[in-house]
Design a protein around this ligand. Structure first.
Ligand code: SF4
Ligand code: SF4
Length: 104
């Protein structure tokens, strides 16, 4: 028995493509900007508040509108379609994506 084939998609024009599913999100690097949440079409992500002990009250990272008081989590990873929109807008490269086998 060989390995299970990866999940593949196809464009309207008939070109095959391999979805890259979000398999991890580095919550330590995340600044809670919400960009990924806004573009995700599948409600995979949820933003949560950091515990008070973890909040950096001396936010000196020169972000204008971003807050380190919250971070994003992968709450519904099984709904991900592997579009990678989240990574395209993430300013901190928080996401890890992988192609996955059909049976995963
Ligand atoms: S790859 Fe697409 S569907 Fe999956 S979490 Fe990112 S934006 Fe959402
Ligand atoms: S776009 Fe990146 S930094 Fe912003 S909330 Fe999402 S994971 Fe965090």
């Amino acid at each position: 028995m060989g390995a299970e084939p990866n999940i593949t998609g196809i464009t309207r024009g008939g070109t095959a493509w391999i979805p890259q599913f979000a398999v991890a999100l580095d919550e330590g690097k995340c600044i809670g900007c919400g960009r990924c949440y806004k573009v995700c079409p599948r409600d995979v992500l949820t933003i949560v508040q950091r515990a008070v002990d973890d909040v950096d009250f001396d936010d000196d990272d020169d972000d204008d509108d971003d807050s380190d008081n919250s971070f994003m989590t992968l709450t519904n990873p099984m709904d991900c379609i592997g579009c990678e929109a989240c990574s395209r807008v993430c300013p901190k490269a928080c996401f890890t994506h992988e192609a996955l086998p059909v049976a995963a």
